[in-house]
Ligand binder design. Structure first.
Ligand SMILES: Cc1cc2nc3c(=O)[nH]c(=O)nc-3n(C[C@H](O)[C@H](O)[C@H](O)COP(=O)(O)O)c2cc1C
Length: 497
């Protein structure tokens, strides 16, 4: 049954979320016209719809008997590819002239998208594949003299309503390969990809080790050094987040890193504290050129109540460890805001990360002051291929909104944040229900009744919500729980006296 065009946004989002995003997708393989339906669905999933994927399918597949849909291997029913194309409002933009090139710590980067230091950038081949796919740079997996012994399993996830993982917990430490091997990978990466940015993430155990590591990676030709002051689950004491929580240690280890290099130094911060500005200022005083944030958040993702084993459990035991992925984005954005708006850190280059999956996520970090973006968990979930939609989506946004560079967007949302004291508390906006879009599920009623101000009437014979304006405080919980986008925000008016 065709879906009403009023629900295009909801239909596209739910259908794209249902797609399994297969490797070697059967739908694309089955297309006799050589189109890429899988690429189209992925572009919808990753919020990049200003392209001609949907338009091609809409225009040219009307009379096709849809071998793509027949070939779909979904365990339930096939993704409705042609219906999705019908719902796309593709305003195709010419992106040839749009550049994502950006200066970061004095270095020109082809685009702001880097792999962040982790398993996704832990050997030569992996990094080379990512750079060939279009990533602007890589931050190699943290290296050090310490070669840790890792646990199995080492990952766990939190999920909700069928979304495979919204948050991700890991127990991985620094690189498992030897220091010599890692230095060789880094050297070869810079030699083979001279135009890409190669960042070495380092972690020393003593002051001398920080200097030696900085010197070693400088000698082999990397572009930037990132100091890992932030891994929250190192098995040895006095490393990672233990350092990042102490401004004195951050400053001292940055100074010792500076002794071994002339390259830009980024200090990677831990979010496992209240005020990130304090260690960030200490790092700048110690000789850093910029800040990277955030590393993972100390977490426990869950406990199996039948054997009391936390996930992931290693012979029944686990340890508090780092949380990442979409769920941490709000926390990461808050820290970025705090860094970028602090008087003593104004103008300091920031590399932002934590839950970035789409170009929109990335643009929000940039709008709060980041000139560089790093990603791990989304790559673990979806692969290096997300770079296509990151690049195209960001280009389309810049072009459409008239920004002529990433720099112009950088920090432009900071002015929108004020102290809670300064917020307008004299006006409100009432919700407006679109009667044509409302399907009468009553979710707005339930939420308003049980968690709001009893401002919605829902009579059984009418099966539609009715606003009781005198009770409504304009909190907009109804708007947030409406599953079909039928409730919007009305005009701002003075609060009734
Ligand atoms: C499996 C895994 C391994 C990681 N290893 C490192 C590491 O070696 N060094 C480091 O600085 N950060 C490490 N991180 C943290 C990430 O670089 C990043 O700061 C964090 O995951 C937040 O970004 P994301 O939400 O895009 O994953 C790791 C993260 C994960 C999930």
């Amino acid at each position: 049954m065709p879906v009403n065009k009023s629900y295009s946004k909801q239909f596209l989002a739910s259908e794209a979320a249902r797609c399994l995003l297969c490797y070697l997708p059967a739908c694309t393989k089955a297309c006799e016209k050589g189109f890429d339906p899988a690429g189209f669905i992925r572009s919808v999933r990753f919020e990049n719809t200003k392209n001609d994927f949907g338009k091609i399918i809409k225009d040219q597949c009307k009379n096709c008997d849809a071998p793509c849909e027949k070939a779909c291997i979904h365990y339930d029913y096939p993704i409705r590819i042609r219906d999705m194309a019908e719902h796309i409002e593709s305003k195709v933009t010419d992106l040839k002239e749009v550049s994502l090139s950006v200066e970061f710590c004095g270095i020109t980067c082809e685009n702001p998208f880097f792999l962040s230091s982790s398993v996704v950038a832990s050997n030569y081949e992996m990094c080379a594949n990512a750079l060939r796919a279009g990533w602007g740079g890589i931050v190699f997996k943290t290296i050090g003299f310490l070669q840790p012994e890792e646990v199995s399993p080492r990952f766990a996830a939190t999920n909700k309503e069928g979304t495979p993982f919204i948050g991700f917990r890991n127990l991985e430490q620094i690189a498992e390969h030897s220091l010599e091997e890692n230095l060789m990978y880094l050297k070869k990466l810079k030699e083979d990809f001279p135009e890409k940015i190669i960042v070495a993430s380092i972690m020393g155990q003593t002051e001398e080790e920080w200097t030696k590591l900085a010197k070693a990676v400088t000698d082999i030709g990397v572009d930037i050094i990132e100091c890992n002051f932030s891994c929250p689950h190192m098995s040895a004491h006095g490393l990672g987040a233990d350092v990042g929580q102490s401004p004195e240690l951050v400053k001292r280890y940055t100074e010792f890193t500076r002794k071994g290099t002339h390259l830009p130094i980024l200090a990677k911060m831990t979010p496992n504290l209240g005020n990130m500005e304090i260690p960030a200022i200490a790092a700048m005083e110690g000789g850093a050129d910029g800040i990277a944030a955030i590393n993972t958040i100390k977490s426990i993702t869950g406990i199996n109540l039948y054997d009391m084993a936390p996930a992931p459990h290693i012979n029944g035991k686990s340890a508090v460890s780092g949380y990442s992925g979409k769920a941490v984005k709000p926390v990461a954005l808050r820290f970025i805001h705090d860094l970028a708006s602090h008087e003593q850190l104004k103008g300091v280059p920031i590399s932002g990360m934590g839950g970035i999956e789409t170009w929109q996520d990335a643009a929000e970090f940039i709008a709060l002051g980041c000139e560089n973006i790093q990603i791990t968990t989304a790559v673990m979930q979806y692969g290096y291929r997300i770079i296509d939609d990151l690049i195209l989506g960001m280009k389309a946004f810049l072009k459409e909104q008239g920004y002529n560079s990433i720099h112009q967007l950088c920090g432009s949302a900071l002015k929108s944040f004020v102290h809670p004291d300064l917020l307008d508390r004299t006006t409100l906006t009432y919700p407006i229900v679109d009667k044509n879009k409302c399907i009468g599920c009553g979710r707005c009623f339930i939420s308003c009744e049980d968690a709001g101000h009893q401002a919605i009437k829902f009579e059984e014979h009418e099966h539609r919500p009715k606003l009781i304006a005198k009770n409504c405080v304009g909190c907009h919980l109804c708007l947030l729980v409406c599953p079909c986008g039928a409730i919007s925000s009305g005009r701002r008016v003075p609060k009734p006296s």
